[in-house]
Design a protein around this ligand. Sequence first.
Ligand code: SF4
Length: 228
Amino acid sequence: MDNFDDIVKNIKTCTKCHLAKTRTNAVPGEGDKQTEIIFIGEAPGRNEDIQAKPFVGQAGKILDNLLREIGLDRKKVYITNIVKCRPPENRDPQPEEINTCIPHLFKQIAAIKPKVICTLGRFAFAEIMERKVFISSEHGRPFKTEHGNRIGEGINVFPLYHPAATLHQPNLMSALKEDFAKLQKFLTSPPPEEKEVPKVKENPLASVYNKKQTKDQIEKKDKQLGLF
Ligand code: SF4
């Protein structure tokens, strides 16, 4: 398996598709490579292209707030995109660009081995699930990748609306907040088989939460924020 730092270095210097000619910077991703949660968007935008960081514009601020409200920090998750270089004028990535670029993402996923992949927007959800998706009816609940999926079978995928969608449709913000609350419950619920085990086990995803915060403290804070 590729070393994670080598994967990042290869993305930064990649010229495999013509987006290399128009980008300012390739944007490999940012966060904790030891994490168990990856957030995946579509492609870098203007701010991301300039700063070489994912989700740093208005959508990034929304994502940061949503993470904070469920007790997560962007430093404790990994945030990236399906395509690593900005398509001109923020157009949709084209199929040949996706097909050329997505092996970088597969290597990142294989190196991190996340317990859950959170897709941001319909585009990322469809690419990860490798099927037609219906984000308006499928958002906010977990799915598993199917047999033959390029990233492996049985990987948890949790589809969310893209934070940028709320800039154009403010009414989606309440749905996005509810979905993040559901994500928090999903992350803090033990797997079904563990319910049969009398001995209490530490939740495998507990490490991504601030160690100073107990689950009760996080839930109390969320109630104060009006998420529940
Ligand atoms: S979009 Fe992906 S494949 Fe194309 S140049 Fe950038 S990193 Fe390489």
